[in-house]
Design a protein around this ligand. Sequence first.
Ligand code: ADP
Ligand code: MG
Length: 399
Amino acid sequence: MTDHAGTGHAELTASFTELYGHAPEGVWAAPGRVNLIGEYTDFNDGFVMPLALPHAARAAVARRTDGELRLHSTDVPGGVVSLRVEELAPRSGHGWAAYPAGVVWALREAGHPVTGADIELTSTVPVGAGLSSSAALEVVTALALNDLFELGLSAPELAVLGQRAENDFVGVPCGVMDQMASACCTEGHALYLDTRDLTQRQVPFDLEAHGLRLLVVDTRVKHSLGDGAYAERRAGCEAGARALGIPTLRDLPYDGLGDALGALEAAGVDESVVRYVRHVVSDNHRVERVIELLDAGDVRAAGPVLDDGHRSLRDDLRVSCPELDLVVSAAGAAGALGARMTGGGFGGSAIVLVEDSAADTVTKAVVEAFTSAGHAVPGVFPAVPSAGARRLVPAGPAA
Ligand code: ADP
Ligand code: MG
């Protein structure tokens, strides 16, 4: 069977066997994610609230003991990438293969005896849509190697190693949210994560039971403006924390925000820094607010909080773009309960909370707004809160 989890087990096992001349020892899966609320907070020690998508990366894997690491993806043209585990070095290229290779590097750097592997990957997570196809690849690789080499690492430990692979080996300065979401989410829940100490709570998020749907709208655009923006926002947030004399913006409580902003302005701190502080502290607060609402079973009331979050990302952090703003305005005008950009912005995806009965109307309105504005038709699909990383074959207890 083929579904959102990608090529069926049998096909992936068959293509592995054809490629490498022997059978895999197992098949693993790790999902992409959307973030419900809490954006640009994870590098400020703050709160995030992602959920796993049904879309996932899968890996068929077998151990090797000869130091060879052979990597292949069914989604990328080109043959097998063959590397030597002892020669893996940060930022040495390898294109897409740097993500799984980086995981092997990070495991070995941490002292784990990974002596090589044959890996066949496939994924249904849209690439570059802000849905963390890269984290899915890292986490599925980390989980497979953890099982096969019996490393005994926990899901959060695997997530941190995946982040290390992306930060240090690939060279992308991402926070830990994406890998934690892929490794730790559970079906029917959003993951409330404190990125300071990685404490987490599974918050029930059963949209169907409430007659609701969460739509993901993939704008299919990626503006190059975003390239330096992440580092600039990160530096601005750090400058804000320094000016306030606190370790990170997480340490500024929401009820102290007004005074803090006044103090920053009075001290002549750059106005962009003031805006970044306002975004991060208010978005941390919005995570807490959404959790209260979900815990109280009042899921609909989270809609306006999503709208507020979008305004903050658009006006204070300034990481939105016309296409993302258009999703939010068109969805709102068509009766959505709330909507916001999700992920890093400057393109990628937005989420829209709708009544089940309004999903088609809202989808049509968004697509029409895109067509009238001359944009390409966006991809729209429901975000069903799905399982995190797991072993699929042989089937066994969840890792
Ligand atoms: P995203 O928001 O999807 O995580 P990134 O730019 O962080 O976007 O990661 C996308 C990169 O991850 C791709 O350019 C590719 O190198 C790698 N990648 C993702 N999915 C696959 C796949 N199925 N096969 C090979 N490489 C992949
Ligand atoms: Mg990514």
